[in-house]
Design a protein around this ligand. Structure first.
Ligand code: ZN
Length: 69
C-alpha cells in the first residue's frame, strides 16, 4: 500500500445541474497537464485516511503547502 495516493486535480469545480453536456464531458474526462505549480488532492491512505489539498510543482515535485481538504 502506498502511504499517499494521488486523488486528482483540486482545481476542478462540478458543473451546475443545468450545464451543457460539453461542460460535463470536460469535467469528467479532460484534465490539464500543467508544467509548474498545481493544486492537487492526495489521500493519506496509510495513516489518517484524510484528503489533503497540496500545492506541488509538477516539474520538481516540491510541495509548497498542504492542508486538509
Ligand atoms: Zn494524514
Amino acid at each position: 500500500m502506498e502511504e499517499f495516493v494521488y486523488a486528482g486535480d483540486a482545481t476542478l469545480s462540478r458543473p451546475g445541474s443545468n450545464a451543457e453536456l460539453s461542460a460535463w464531458v470536460d469535467y469528467v474526462y479532460f484534465r490539464d497537464n500543467p508544467a509548474g505549480p498545481h493544486s492537487e488532492l492526495w489521500y493519506h491512505a496509510a495513516a489518517c485516511r484524510q484528503f489533503l489539498k497540496v500545492e506541488r510543482d509538477t516539474r520538481t515535485h516540491v510541495i509548497s503547502s498542504a492542508e486538509l481538504a
